[in-house]
Design a protein around this ligand. Structure first.
Ligand code: HEC
Length: 174
């Protein structure tokens, strides 16, 4: 009887481990594979925040840069280049004035995130697979679907000036 109880405890513990390391916790292998297959990685919206930015001009957005567990650890440990399995995501939303907040502040000063715009972009680190582009695979999703490959050369070319930080522009916001 004791043995059966121990066995079931062990089984539950194992099940727990499986749940904790499941896709929503950013198991990089699965997420990498999903992106390559043209699917948004499960749970990327719950990845941790690296920093935020605002672009004016035609982009006119508020953006957040998120990292999976491997990317966040590398940032916090100042590890460069980023290790294989690191994935960095860029989300963006329309930059909108908030009437509601402005009323509270008593003057026009508040801007908030509106609907999602400008797609979701990913940089996936695999130093062998993406050796030609600094070890990073660059992918953009529009409305949940991968954008065509044509524009991808432009991704790496534009990220090259950030070579000293392994082609990643965004610094970790403390
Ligand atoms: C015109 C130059 C340019 C092009 C083209 C470009 N990027 Fe970027 N990218 C930037 C800059 C600058 C930042 C940092 C500021 C920001 O987020 O707006 C950035 C940020 C990112 C980030 C967040 C990590 C980081 O480097 O800060 C990801 C992910 C990203 N880009 C992916 C892509 C993908 C995928 C493509 C191609 C579909 C692409 N980028 C094309 C200039 C560019």
């Amino acid at each position: 009887m004791k043995r059966i109880i121990l066995a079931s405890v062990a089984a539950f513990a194992l099940a727990g481990v499986t749940v904790l390391t499941g896709p929503s916790f950013g198991r990089s292998g699965d997420d990498d594979a999903a992106i390559v297959e043209g699917k948004l990685p499960v749970g990327y919206r719950d990845w941790r925040l690296i920093s935020v930015a605002h672009e004016e001009g035609s982009l006119n957005d508020l953006r957040a840069v998120l990292g999976n567990d491997v990317a966040i650890k590398a940032y916090r440990d100042n590890t460069l280049p980023f290790p294989d399995g690191a994935i960095v995501a860029r989300l963006a939303w329309r930059y909108l004035p908030s009437e509601e907040n402005n009323k509270v502040f008593g003057r026009p000063q508040s801007f908030v995130a509106g609907p999602p715009v400008n797609g979701v972009q990913f940089m996936v680190k695999d130093s062998r697979k993406y050796a030609a582009t600094g070890g990073w695979g660059f992918v953009q999703f529009n409305d949940g679907k991968p954008a065509d490959e044509a524009g991808r050369g432009a991704c790496f070319g534009c990220h090259e000036p950030a070579i000293a930080r392994d082609f990643v522009f965004t610094r970790y916001a403390p």
